[in-house]
Design a binder for this molecule. Sequence first.
Ligand SMILES: [Zn+2]
Ligand SMILES: [Zn+2]
Length: 113
Amino acid sequence: MELKKVCAQCGKPFTADRRNQRYCSEACRRLAYRRHPRREEDEGDGPVLRTFLCARCGRVVRVTSPDDRRKKFCSSHCERLYWKHSKPSARPEPKQTDNPPPRTVTLADLYRF
Ligand SMILES: [Zn+2]
Ligand SMILES: [Zn+2]
């Protein structure tokens, strides 16, 4: 099925092969994206590549762009917060400053002076 449409970005007439196609080309779609970076609209536009829950806030994240590298967190903000508050057992950190091991005093220490 083919539909005669007018590109919502450049105004050029084109033949759409999808009912919800609004732009004549990928380039126009990208341009329109940049001008109107509204999430709701973007998500309805392309196919959802993957869906996941943000490991930090639990929000549903729908990735529709192949350039979108998000896999675990909805934003870099959430990612930072997550690692900040994560338990050491989940990701062992080599140095722990708030609980240093008790220092053992050796004979060498006692007779240093
Ligand atoms: Zn166009
Ligand atoms: Zn989040």
